[in-house]
Design a protein around this ligand. Structure first.
Ligand code: PEP
Ligand code: MG
Length: 341
């Protein structure tokens, strides 16, 4: 019986000789991952910033023990899922400060409250909505409650005080859909001396990147939601997993467009969704022009080790092959041969 935990496949009745070869390959890959040291770069020295996704101080401490160069997504809402009242600015600043302390000399990207849908927060969200994933979630909450957002930005600014040039604090809004939203969020950040960015996780934001990016210093593509909304498939539905797959060429085309605009407008483009944790997809994203990848701490070394084995040109060819595929499984099947892995 062959079980591939990374692909989620189980094969019974496998040939013993082939099985032995595959197990050996897997062990060799694991050894390479264990030995890999950052910073991440391709075989031909193309740099990709590899960062970690965290949700609290403990996760940040664990991330600091990996080869991650900083935090690419700090999901602030995760600390407040069971809170019934909004924490004060001081309480929030203390919480954020503990996360920042794990990376005193590196970049930290803080995401403002992404409350709603799969992450409801009692003090922030409406009690009931017909379609919460399409409802008042993320930045949209602040339209009718700007003070909730500005108090959080004040707390982030307070916690970031004293962090030097080596430790930039970037702040991004979730669920940005229009240029007006980006402009509004950026102005609130700039008033507090914070570097503004947005998540690109609504297809409209990817399509309108040329209007959105001029207001911002950076964007980070949230492939989990971008896939959900592009494919019109609930990310929590296991029956629809074949659709909520970031290998879907439709999603990759939106990422490609975002990267092209990022290059044209000199705006940093990262990916912080689960796609960044898949070593082969990370190569495709690099080929599409993504500058940074942020993944769960456990995935960081696997992605870094894979990037070290391929050239930028191979990544670009892999991106072309994935973009030209008919569907997600065809894209996934096409890439290993192009990368020669
Ligand atoms: C995403 O949507 O890809 C993302 C990173 O944010 P979250 O998974 O927290 O919605
Ligand atoms: Mg999201």
């Amino acid at each position: 019986m062959l079980i591939d935990g990374s692909l989620g496949t189980v094969r019974s009745g496998a040939d013993p000789v082939e099985s032995a070869r595959m197990v050996k390959e897997s062990q060799e890959r694991a050894a390479k991952i264990a030995q890999w040291t950052g910073p991440a770069r391709t075989k031909d020295d193309h740099r990709v910033q590899l960062l970690a996704n965290v949700q609290d101080a403990n996760a940040a401490r664990i991330a600091s023990e990996t080869q991650a160069e900083g935090i690419g997504l700090y999901r602030t809402e995760m600390s407040f899922l069971s809170a019934t009242e909004e924490p004060s600015v001081e309480e929030q600043a203390a919480l954020y400060g503990k996360v920042f302390a794990a990376f005193p000399e590196s970049k930290v990207v803080v995401r403002t409250l992404d409350a709603g849908s799969d992450k409801p927060i009692a003090y922030a969200n409406m009690s009931e909505e017909e379609n919460p994933a399409l409802g008042v979630r993320g930045l949209r909450i602040a339209r009718d409650n700007e003070a909730l957002l500005t108090r959080q930005l004040d707390a982030i600014a307070q916690a970031a005080q004293g962090r030097g040039d080596q430790a930039p604090t970037w702040v991004m809004a979730p669920m940005v859909s229009t240029a007006r939203e980006a402009e509004w969020f950026a102005s609130l950040c700039k008033e507090r001396g914070l570097t503004p960015g947005a998540m690109i996780e609504v297809p409209a934001a990817a399509l309108m990147a040329d209007k959105i990016m001029p207001h911002l210093d950076f964007v980070s593509i949230g492939t989990n939601d971008l896939t959900q909304y592009t494919m019109a498939a609930d990310r929590l539905s296991s029956q629809l997993a074949y659709l909520t797959d970031p290998w879907q060429p439709a999603v990759l085309r939106l990422i490609q467009h975002t990267c092209v605009v990022g290059r044209d407008t000199n705006t940093a483009v990262g990916v912080c969704g689960e796609a960044a944790a898949d070593p082969l997809l990370a190569c495709v994203l690099t080929g599409l022009g993504v500058n940074s990848l942020s993944a769960a701490s456990t995935a960081v070394a696997g992605v870094g080790a894979q990037l070290a084995e391929v050239t930028l040109e191979q990544c670009q060819s892999a991106a072309d092959a994935a973009l030209a595929s008919e569907g997600a499984s065809e894209a996934r099947d096409a890439v290993p041969a192009v990368l020669a892995v």
